[in-house]
Structures are given as C-alpha cells and as structure tokens.
Design a protein around this ligand. Structure first.
Ligand code: SF4
Length: 484
C-alpha cells in the first residue's frame, strides 16, 4: 500500500509507446522504484503531486486531473464502489493542510508522448535553467516564501507546458454583447427556463421535432444530452441542428467521455459553423453506467474543466490546443454542470470556481429536490466570489412516478432525494395520482428556488416526460418575455 495515497487500488503504470534512450529508461526505473511505493505512481510523465496534496490523482478511474466528478461521494468512487474517490481524499487532505488554493490551478491533460517516461528529467532541466546557485540559495535562505517561490519556479513550468499555461485566475470572456439568446436574456436579468429534450433512439426525428415545437414557446433554450448514462442515442449535434432548423435555440451538450482532444475541437468548430451558440461541457457519465459490453472505463482524454479551458481559448484567443491560429474563431456561450449534492458542498463549490475560472459562463445543476439544503451550496458559491461571473440554472425534474423517484435516490450519482419526497410519491402511488403529485413537488420547488439570491433560472429535465414542461412553466408564471 503506497504510503501517501490512502486506500489506493493498484493500477499498473503506463508504458512508453516508443523505445526511450537508455538514460531516460534508467531514470524512469529509479523514479518508479521511489514514487511507486510512496505514492502508487503510475508514471504519467507529467507529475501533479505538488498540487494534489501529494496524493497521486492517476488512480481516478475516469483519469480526471482537475478534481472530483459530479458523482463523487465521501465513501466511494461511483465507477468502482470497492475503492474510495481519490479526488475526495485529495480535497479532504488539501483542506486539512491549508493547501486548497492549489486545487484551483487548471491542470493540463496528459501528454501521451510522455506517458510511462520519467518526469524528473524535466524537473532537473528546469532546475538547470533557474540556475543551481539560485535554487540552492532559494531553498536554504530560511524563509518559507523563498522556498515556495523557488519550488514554483521549477515545478510550474514543468506541470504547465507552453501548450497549456493553466493558472488559478478568472478569465473574463473577450467578446462584446451576447453569443446567444440564452446569454442575452440572462444578461438582461430575466429568470430563464431551459428544458432538456431526450434525443431519439433511432433516425426517426418525428417525436424530437414534435417536442421541440411544443416546448419552443415556453423555454429559452433546449438542451440535448450527449448519450447520457453512456447509452447511445442520436447525437447532440444532430438534435441541435434540428432545433435550429425549427427556429429553436439549442444547448449542445458535449462530453469528455466520448471525445478526444481532436474530436472535441472539430465538433465545436462544426457546431459553431452550423449556428449552435450554447455549448455545455461535461466530463460525462462513466461507461460503467451504460449497457455492456462496456467501453474503456479508465481514460477520459479531457475532463470537463480542461474542455472549458480549450474551448474558451479557441473562442477568445483564436487558437487550437496545438497553437494553430483559427482565422474565424467559433462563437458560443459556455456552460458546465454543477453538482450541489455530490460529496461535500465546500469541495463542490471549489470545483465550480475552477470551472468558472476555466471558462464556464453558466451552470446547469444536477437535479435538486431539496430547496432548503441548496442554500448551503449557494452560500459556499457566494464565499467563492463567483456569483457575478456565472449564471446558475437549477435542475428540476418532475417525477412521473414513485419508481423514478426511488431509482434516482438509489442509482443516480450526485442526486439527493429527501425521504419526505419519496414518501409523498409512495403515497401518491397508492392513491393513483403519481403524475399530479410529481408536478406539484416540482412547482413547490420552483416557488422556493426562484427568489434565492444567485439563481438565474431553472433547467427542467423531464426525462422523457416533456409534456409536463408547458404546465410547469405556465403554473409557475415563468413565461418568456419579449427579447430585451
Ligand atoms: S501524478 Fe503522474 S508522475 Fe506524479 S505520482 Fe501520479 S502518476 Fe506518478
């Protein structure tokens, strides 16, 4: 068991793809022999230990390098319940050691050319550039500041290569006006409604078009999921284009699970060219939730935060990840998911701040069933000083029946269904009025959530019950206003 990585479940180290020169092979062997027993090092070739409270993040089965996913719990990883969430452990220790500010730095994806090779060679090279004398005097001068500055001068350029340059700062969008109607309405202070439309399972777009036409008069934007729960369906891009053709505004959801760094960039360029102006970045549900045979469970090329970082720079700096210029950059309003009830609200709030720094301009939260408990998360968000930088749309799901409520409570990571909601739905089942009760619960939630400071709208996820949306919007008095 590695000394500094609690509860680690063994995963083999990466192997280099190409044969390395003898000097690098020897150094890699020494590094693995020391960091293996200490940290369970997997030899990713771009060490992040300094930022992660000396717990190796490469144990995370989703390969996340920027914090826990929205399904993390204090007890276990949702992909593999037999191990703890390593990111929960990292956050827990960082907060304990007062190192939580370091967690805000947006860390790069792996450079697979370096996988399985040493990272010490880069450290020695950088120390040489700083100057051995400077390093020695910086480390021995006695002051804590001097030691930390010296270490930073060595480690930061190594973990933040020129093609990434991640930091802990907020980067305001560099465009004037609004990229989409959703942004325009939010900027004008309207309490907006977005709704999710389930993409079809076949090439028949009849029901999809029907739902779009039905919801268009009631909501500002329609979200199209990207194979939610790792179940293949019509792509979010195809649904978004269908919505545009019907004069409705789409939010194209895009997951890191199904995209490499190449396909992500290609897809948003294509989507932007077709007129999609809202893009929601998600790491994505693990393959573990989907039907078998399961695809790779362990590698996500880019996590949600890295996706935001890449897409913001494509739009605002006109550059691909590899540095090539984009003559006509894409234009979009960038969103991300927030998960108020996953793990610990303090941890989640830090993760949301990191997303805002990386480029998130709006959040659509996971489903909320407890409006009172939401206050704690909103307080944490307020403490992080990001309320003036991001719009928050709270996720609402009208429960169609007791079975759905019980399933969500047990099976959906990051969703908390209070006992009293479950009991109401169970009683409604006995009386035969489950749908009516589900709608009333949703309406009560909207009423409680609407006046909360920092909430800019709701996002209705009707999960195949799109017919319920017009009634919720109408009875909650949330009709669309004339365009500002
Ligand atoms: S971050 Fe990478 S190099 Fe550092 S301990 Fe983990 S696997 Fe090893």
């Amino acid at each position: 068991m590695p000394g500094f990585t609690p509860g680690r479940r063994y995963q083999p180290p990466f192997m280099p793809f190409k044969r390395q020169p003898f000097r690098k092979r020897a150094l890699a062997k020494i590094e693995a022999a020391i960091k293996g027993p200490l940290f369970g090092c997997r030899m990713c070739g771009n060490c992040l230990l300094q930022e992660t409270a000396f717990i190796c993040p490469m144990e995370c089965p989703k390969g996340l390098r920027n914090g826990p996913c929205g399904g993390s719990t204090p007890e276990r990883c949702y992909v593999d319940a037999s191990r703890p969430c390593i990111w929960y452990k990292i956050y827990e220790r960082s907060f304990k050691l007062g190192r939580e500010a370091l967690l805000l730095e947006v860390l790069p994806p792996m450079d697979w050319n370096k996988a399985g090779t040493d990272s010490w060679g880069d450290v020695f090279e950088q120390a040489g550039k700083v100057g051995i004398k400077n390093v020695a005097s910086g480390l021995t001068s006695g002051g804590a500041d001097s030691v930390s500055q010296t270490l930073d001068s060595i480690f930061r350029p190594v973990r933040q290569p020129g093609w990434w340059q991640g930091d802990s700062e907020y980067h305001a969008p560099k465009y004037e006006g609004a990229a989409s109607e959703l942004e325009q309405r939010l900027k004008a202070g309207e309490f907006v409604v977005a709704a999710e439309v389930t993409p079809p399972l076949s090439v028949n777009t009849g029901k999809l078009k029907e739902n779009i036409e039905m919801l268009k008069p009631y909501v500002t934007a329609l979200n199209f999921t990207d194979s939610a729960s790792a179940i293949p369906r019509m792509s979010s891009l195809a649904c978004s284009k269908t919505a545009l053709d019907l004069d409705a505004e789409p939010v194209m959801q895009i997951t890191g699970r199904d995209n490499t760094r190449v396909s992500l960039q290609s897809n948003v360029i294509g989507a932007s060219a077709l007129g999609v102006r809202n893009v929601l970045c998600l790491t994505g549900d693990s393959m573990a939730l989907g039907p078998g045979p399961q695809g790779r469970l362990d590698i996500v090329d880019l996590d949600g935060i890295q996706m935001l970082w890449v897409l913001r720079r494509m739009r605002d700096e006109g550059k691909y990840l590899d540095g090539r210029e984009i003559k006509f950059p894409p234009r979009y309003f960038l969103g991300a998911a927030a998960s108020p009830f996953a793990s610990n609200m303090k941890f989640q709030a830090l993760r949301e701040q990191k997303k805002v720094n990386a480029g998130a301009q709006f959040f659509q939260t996971n489903v909320v069933f407890d409006a009172d408990a939401l206050d704690e998360w909103l307080n944490e968000i307020t403490r992080r000083d990001i309320l003036d930088k991001v719009y928050i749309l709270i996720g609402i799901t009208p429960l169609k029946n007791y079975k759905t409520a019980a399933y969500m409570a047990k099976k959906i990571p990051g969703v908390f269904v209070p006992e009293k909601v479950l009991k109401r739905m169970e009683a409604a089942k006995e009386k035969g009025n489950e749908q009516e009760e589900g709608l009333q619960i949703a309406l009560e939630l909207v009423e409680k959530i609407k006046p909360k400071q920092g909430v800019s709208g709701i996002h209705i996820m009707a999960v195949g019950w799109e017919e319920s949306v017009p009634r919720i919007v109408t009875e909650a008095g949330l009709g669309k206003k004339g365009l500002p």
